[in-house]
Design a protein around this ligand. Structure first.
Ligand code: ATP
Length: 440
């Protein structure tokens, strides 16, 4: 039996592949290493995570606005940002088995696979390159962005001018990023193409430490509010040796993955480094007029930078539960928060008979207008409940022969398996309340 926090990654991998959360990219061609496609349930989960993040950080706040910058940017952006010169990982090769490793991930100087001797570390730039236009020479080379943040910095003045925001204010963005990782792996934990959710929160110098702390608390709480066990997330302060020279402080939100405590999100106080760098490299003013002092200042920035795919993996891992039912059969469940569950409601007619299906279909048509809903009339009701438990559907609605007479249906709660009878006329209202955590 899997204990929370001690779930085997193989079990998660098996479930997500079996139930269509994840497929290997280009599978029919043998796959492309460390690239993943999200299947019908995976895309729902990912969309729900992104929607919740946007709702908390943009929709429900007056001080943050959104942006969707392009993936390809002027190559000079990456020189000014420091990525061309410094976005590197130290790489070593095993002299025996030829496996490649990030030397800062090794404990010692031997190959973790075969124990062989490894080469001296060489620095390897993680940015992926491509070319714009038909000529493939260095003048036409551009980078696939390794983070979304730079799209925010270069638009600082554009956004400020159109929104007239006062400090502190933030710009939020969700989008794809690419890194030519040396050692991708652990399912979607580290891949070469992934999605980020980033905020650049601009603040007056001097207020940065206090606001940094607020972001640490807020971001940790976000994961807990969406169902992650509080004991499975922690903040880790970066040591001085990990900090960039300009950074005033950095913390990681870590999650207790099956392979140990690993970064879920980085939250850095980046001082005025980015805006200053782009201002001097572009020759354009990237500053803020401070009414109080009557001076132009370059704001400091707090950067909560999270990964969509890593969050999805953490939410799935934390939601994975196994228990034995009354008959001693194994019940596998994803106890996903209703806000994240790919399917919110399943409509299950007790039988396929024609007497029942018109009513069940009618109910389905009404419910699917409000929530992501699945209709399933195959196999026994017990098997259908199990299938929904395994993909995390919080509520099943059973339509039986009595429903034709009393115009009521049975609601079944995923976690407690409690059942209640509800008038069809009140179904949408009851589902709304239950999905918003009203107890069964
Ligand atoms: P690591 O030390 O794990 O390589 P990092 O410190 O370079 O990560 P950041 O640059 O802080 O990562 O990226 C912010 C977030 O983006 C990470 O916390 C993670 O959730 C996500 N992320 C970064 N790289 C990857 C990747 N290769 N695959 C999936 N998600 C990633």
């Amino acid at each position: 039996m899997a204990e929370p926090g001690k779930v085997d990654m193989d079990k998660i991998a098996s479930l997500v592949k079996r139930r269509g959360f994840l497929f290997q990219s280009s599978e029919i061609y043998g796959g492309l290493a460390s690239c993943w496609d999200y299947g019908p349930l995976g895309v729902e989960l990912k969309n729900n995570i992104k929607r919740e993040w946007w709702k908390t950080n943009v929709q429900q706040r007056d001080d943050i606005v959104g942006l969707d910058a392009s993936i390809l940017m002027h190559p000079d952006v990456w020189v000014a940002s420091g990525h061309v010169g410094g976005f590197v990982d130290p790489m070593v090769d095993c002299k025996d088995c030829r496996k490649r490793w990030r030397s800062d991930h090794l404990n010692g100087d031997k190959c973790p696979e075969c124990g062989g001797e490894v080469t001296e570390p060489r620095m390897f730039n993680l940015m992926l390159k491509t070319f714009l236009g038909p000529v493939e020479d260095s003048a036409h080379q551009v980078y696939m962005r390794p983070e979304t943040a730079q799209g925010i910095f270069v638009n600082f003045t554009n956004v400020l001018n159109v929104t007239r925001k006062k400090l502190p204010f933030g710009i939020a963005q969700i989008g794809k990023a690419f890194r030519n990782e040396i050692t991708p792996g652990n399912l979607t934990f580290r891949t070469r193409e992934f999605e980020m959710m980033e905020i650049e929160y601009f603040v007056k110098p001097g207020t940065d430490k206090e606001l940094h702390q607020k972001w640490l608390d807020a971001r940790l709480q976000w994961y807990v509010d969406l169902g992650i066990n509080r004991d499975h997330v922690q903040l880790r302060k970066h040591g001085d040796d990990e900090l960039a020279h300009y950074a005033q402080g950095c913390y990681d939100v870590e999650y207790l993955f099956p392979m140990g405590w690993m970064e879920l999100e980085g939250i850095a106080n980046r001082s005025d480094f980015d805006l200053s760098q782009h201002a001097s490299a572009s020759g354009k003013e990237l500053s803020y007029f401070d009414d109080e002092s009557g001076e132009h200042i370059t704001p400091y920035v707090i950067e909560p930078s999270a990964g969509v795919d890593r969050s999805a993996l953490a939410f799935l891992t934390d939601a994975y539960h196994e228990e034995l039912d009354d008959k001693g059969d194994l019940r596998v469940m994803l106890k996903l928060h209703p806000k994240l569950a790919p399917i919110k409601v399943a409509i299950l007619p007790l039988s396929k008979k024609e007497t029942l299906s018109p009513l069940a279909r009618e109910i389905y048509a009404t419910v699917r207008d409000e929530f992501m809903t699945q209709y399933d009339d195959t196999q026994s009701i017990g098997k259908r409940y199990r299938r929904q438990d395994e993909i995390g559907t919080p509520i099943c609605v059973t339509v039986d022969f009595n429903s034709l007479e009393d115009k009521q249906v049975t609601l079944r709660d995923r976690d407690s398996m409690k059942q209640i009878r509800v008038p069809i006329a009140e179904l949408v209202a009851v589902l709304t309340a239950k999905l918003n955590s009203e107890p069964f």
